[in-house]
Design a protein around this ligand. Structure first.
Ligand code: HEC
Length: 203
């Protein structure tokens, strides 16, 4: 009982034809917590096409969460307006397209989920940092951002007054104020605008 034969993992071994002591995972094995059975929820795709609906209802809480996550993970490049003039871009990163282009307004919501999940061109993916539920919340918020720059009176139900306040739970955050720069005034700094004293604070 004290001493029993066993194979050391990853050591060579003569017993199996492939000479490995570690056996391959049986086909179809699912790691614990990774069943991911709801394909649309985890990919935003129906077959190989992007889907165009939310996999869960959009409530004011979902929008507030989406706004908060967007402002953390996306606004540094895309800006809080989604025009692509984020602070990292102002400091030289590739300029993303504005969300308010015809093409991206027409893009299905699953497309935004997919870009966050797999990245796009120069943009890294955010699958690790942003879990699927939050990626959907961000996608819903991007739709609201697009509407905010492209709404017409016909988007308000007839007879209803045009709202002067955002719905409860949705905060309108003040623009970034990084050293006096705001997203509204988002011209990149001129190369020759460095202070003569090298940027040191005056005593
Ligand atoms: C580090 C900067 C950066 C961050 C952060 C970032 N993006 Fe991007 N994004 C880019 C750049 C750059 C592009 C354009 C990439 C290209 O064309 O090579 C882009 C493109 C996109 C596009 C447009 C794709 C198209 O079809 O043109 C979408 C949608 C998008 N990003 C969504 C997001 C979302 C949502 C987040 C937050 C989870 C995010 N991005 C975070 C830099 C960023």
């Amino acid at each position: 009982m004290q001493n029993q034969p066993y194979y050391r993992p990853l050591r060579e071994n003569d017993f199996y034809a492939d000479k490995r002591s570690a056996r391959p995972i049986i086909q179809g094995t699912v790691a614990r917590g990774h069943l991911d059975a709801d394909t649309y929820f985890y990919t935003g795709k129906i077959g190989s096409n992007d889907g165009d609906y939310m996999p869960f209802p959009v409530t004011a809480e979902v929008m507030a969460r989406g706004q908060q996550r967007f402002n953390i993970y996306c606004a540094p490049c895309h800006s809080e307006l989604g025009d692509g003039n984020g602070m990292i871009v102002q400091r030289g990163f590739k300029h993303p397209p504005s969300y308010n282009t015809e093409r991206l307004r027409k893009a299905p919501i699953g497309y935004f989920f997919d870009v966050m999940t797999n990245g796009f061109g120069a943009m890294p993916d955010y699958a690790e940092q942003v879990p699927p539920q939050d990626r959907w919340a961000i996608a819903a918020y991007i739709r609201a951002l697009q509407l905010s720059q492209h709404a017409s009176e016909s988007d308000v139900a007839s007879g209803e007054p045009i709202a002067k306040q955002p719905p409860p739970g949705v905060m309108v955050s003040p623009p970034f104020d990084t050293q006096g720069a705001t997203t509204a005034v988002s011209a990149p700094p001129k190369p020759n605008s460095a202070p003569a004293n090298g940027g040191e604070a005056k005593p």
